[in-house]
Design a protein around this ligand. Sequence first.
Ligand SMILES: [Zn+2]
Length: 96
Amino acid sequence: MITIIEEYLKELKVNTIDTEDICLCSKKHVPDPRFLVTLDTGEGLVLLCPTAACNLAGLLREYELAGTTPQGSITKHYGKYIRGLATTIWRNKMTA
Ligand SMILES: [Zn+2]
């Protein structure tokens, strides 16, 4: 059985960075990421910095362990943007 994490990692595509490409996890990245990855959430493509990509993988693992949306005591450790992406990915996996 393929896990949501494995699916997620398979979907990631590493891009060389274009000056107009941005990750929305934070208003300002320090330092600026040297690459972004592209992810299809099931509702469109997003660009993620390496930190956001890893955080999203971690939160998706929590979804998988819980079998549903994890408790607030877990999700509070993730930013609003990452929580929104995880919700979208999880919902699309559940309805796939
Ligand atoms: Zn970011």
